[in-house]
Design a protein around this ligand. Structure first.
Ligand SMILES: [Zn+2]
Length: 86
């Protein structure tokens, strides 16, 4: 069975395919779990990008993202220091 090219899957996730191409992809997805998984990955990336874009327009959300980044960075740093310090 021939699988859908990743290029085409990402276009499908972005709604960039013609109706004919979408039908072909749909038909393949109905039979192929691998391609469904890949597509879910592309759709997940897209949703994450969209939610980030939404967050940037709201100042509160931006602050929340920055503080989340800070809190996720500092434990890593201290872990590195702990490992390297012996
Ligand atoms: Zn496939």
């Amino acid at each position: 069975m021939r699988c859908i090219e990743e290029k085409i899957l990402s276009s499908y996730a972005n709604d960039e395919l013609s109706p004919t191409d979408r039908e072909l992809v749909d038909a393949h997805l109905a039979k192929c779990a691998d391609c469904r998984e890949k597509l879910a990955g592309y759709q997940g990336i897209r949703q994450r990008l969209e939610s980030l874009r939404d967050g940037v327009t709201a100042p509160d959300a931006t602050t929340a993202i920055i503080s989340r980044i800070k809190s996720s960075v500092s434990p890593k740093k201290s872990a590195e220091v702990g490992n390297g310090g012996f």
